[in-house]
Design a protein around this ligand. Structure first.
Ligand SMILES: [Zn+2]
Length: 402
């Protein structure tokens, strides 16, 4: 957690009102209810529709209250040789694959490349073949939580709080959970923040690796409950009024089977970068057609693939991810829930859990819970107003008391 962004407030023995906003990555409604998450402590519990995409799509949606096609964030990579920051890094492809296919090695390379390119957002090269990098653009170049982090320039709820001089504490997504919890404790004891945002990301990684039904996930969820209740308790000792809002960005679907889309496209004998462009996410393949006749061949190659379907413009519009300029692909092939694209640009090997399916998939649905009796958000973009409204109320109470 960054040191809280403190605004000079009136000296007070106790704080007036604090909102604890706890964001648990991938704690879907299915998993939350199966575990009776914080049962007996929440007045409101609800299923919240996610948006199609990954955390890099969902988080900007929560922070801005806008849909992907409005804020511009949908996936990390897109085909765009002109804007590729990776030109000049072609030499990476000469590194032996036995070395570079190891996750640890790729993470280390990602760190060096990301800082060399001056990115301060989350950056990872994942499993993108190095020879394709010079054709690809990376979208999350800036820190989403800092001013100017959103591609289309919208203000986030934190930007609003900054300009309205509402004091808040914000978790540092680069730090681990324990140090973020510790920093949150310090912020609460300072009594100087009206809003505290805790980001818990570890459960997502655990469920990717072991699946949402594994004991490791259950144990971690029980740990979250204890941590949250401890923080709420600490908040009550320091503030007159405490509100807890706990929410996720999406759920986690158990993987039943994998499908190798890349090989089917490679088998067409087309040349990447000359005939077509492609990005293979974990649950969708996106294509750019660079020559006449290519579109039909690629569409035909996947038409009878039973593990997914072409996700047409009309469906994209309903899901809020139809980009008029086709910046994330002219064609989008979306896999059915529980099917993993493997290998993909995101990973070489199968994993046990994944998200990024159609929002109608029950396992993809996000969770919202609150200690208040309130109307819950219906979809992820509804969280923005709810959280910001809560922070504003607290700030007004503090000003009244001054
Ligand atoms: Zn994830």
């Amino acid at each position: 957690m960054n040191s809280p962004e403190l605004r000079p407030g009136p000296p007070s023995s106790r704080g007036k009102s604090l909102t604890l906003a706890v964001f648990i990555d991938a704690l879907g409604a299915e998993v939350a209810e199966r575990h009776g998450f914080l049962e007996g402590h929440l007045e409101t519990r609800a299923r919240v529709d996610t948006v199609l995409g990954y955390s890099c799509t969902c988080v900007p949606t929560i922070l801005t209250g806008r849909l992907p096609e409005e804020h511009g964030h949908f996936s990390f990579f897109r085909f765009d040789p002109e804007r590729s920051p990776f030109r000049g890094l072609e030499w990476l492809r000469f590194m032996p694959k036995a070395v570079t296919s190891r996750a640890r090695v790729r993470n280390a390379i990602s760190k060096v490349v990301g800082s060399y390119l001056g990115f301060n957002g989350y950056f990872n090269l994942y499993n993108v073949p190095f020879e394709r990098l010079p054709y690809l653009d990376y979208t999350e170049r800036k820190d989403l939580y800092e001013p100017g982090g959103i591609i289309e320039g919208q203000e986030t709820l934190f930007d609003h709080m900054r300009s309205e001089r509402i004091s808040f504490a914000l978790a540092d997504w680069r730090a681990n959970e324990a140090s973020n919890v510790e920093a949150l404790g310090r912020a609460i004891r300072s009594r100087e923040v009206d809003f505290a945002y805790l980001y818990l990301a570890r459960l997502d990684g655990i469920m990717h690796a072991a699946g949402p039904e594994d004991d490791a996930a259950s144990a971690h969820i029980r740990g979250y409950e204890q941590t949250i209740l401890r923080m709420v308790d600490l908040a009550h000792k320091n503030y007159d009024q405490v509100r807890l809002h706990v929410f996720s960005d999406h759920g986690m679907t158990p993987i039943r089977e994998t499908v190798d889309i890349r090989s089917r496209i490679d088998a067409l004998g087309l040349t990447f970068g000359r005939d077509y462009g492609a990005v293979y996410d974990s649950t969708m393949a996106r294509f750019w057609y660079l020559r006449e006749g290519v579109q039909g061949r690629i569409e035909d190659a996947l038409r009878h693939c039973a593990q997914g379907r072409w996700f047409e413009a009309q469906q994209q519009k309903l899901a809020g991810c139809h980009f008029e300029d086709a910046r994330y692909g002219e064609g989008m092939f979306l896999l059915n829930p529980g099917v993993l694209l493997c290998p993909s640009d995101m990973g070489e090997r199968p994993i046990a859990g994944m998200h990024g399916y159609h929002p109608a998939d029950a396992d993809s649905t996000a969770f919202f819970g609150s200690t208040e009796t309130i109307a819950p958000p219906r979809r992820l973009d509804g969280l923005h107003d709810l959280l910001l409204g809560s922070a504003r109320e607290n700030s007004a109470l503090r000003s009244e008391a001054a």
